[in-house]
Design a protein around this ligand. Structure first.
Ligand SMILES: [Zn+2]
Length: 144
């Protein structure tokens, strides 16, 4: 059976899970944290590349900032989308005010912007606040 690599958001360890076990609430082999919590994980500059490239699963990143009203209004929708899409897709947030280098590196010009990555590569992006159902449908319509 093939293995799926999943990066732990708590300690950055890369776990190799049998594909059929993703839905069984797997724990990180190193720190024992749950790998999937049905909540978006917070990324920072140090862990960003490893998280988007080290996961075999697609990673949807919400680029946001605390001063951005539409970002804050979309936050509950993004939470809901996380519980709908995990464990097939991992959802993460990147605070572009705290981590400006990452925002610049990925050409984030307005927020909120959602970028879907697969194995470190950008697959799709869209800008503007969305409802949970729209986020889920958009992600599921992408070729990953
Ligand atoms: Zn861990």
């Amino acid at each position: 059976m093939s293995k799926t690599h999943v990066v732990c958001a708590a300690c950055n360890a890369k776990n190799a899970l049998p594909e059929g076990r993703l839905g069984d609430n797997p724990l990180c082999g190193k720190c024992k944290s749950p790998l999937f919590t049905a909540h978006p994980v917070e990324l920072n500059t140090a862990g960003f590349e490893r998280f988007i490239a080290g996961n075999d699963l697609p990673v949807l990143v919400d680029f946001w900032a605390p001063w951005c009203g539409p970002c804050l209004s979309m936050a509950p929708a993004f939470e809901q989308a996380a519980s709908a899409l995990e464990p097939a897709v991992r959802l993460a947030k990147l605070n572009t005010e705290d981590e400006q280098m990452i925002g610049a590196q990925y050409g984030i010009r307005s927020i909120p912007t959602m970028v879907l990555f697969h194995q470190g590569r950008e697959v799709a992006r869209q800008t503007g606040a969305k409802m949970a159902g729209d986020i889920v449908r958009w992600v599921r319509s992408q070729p990953v």
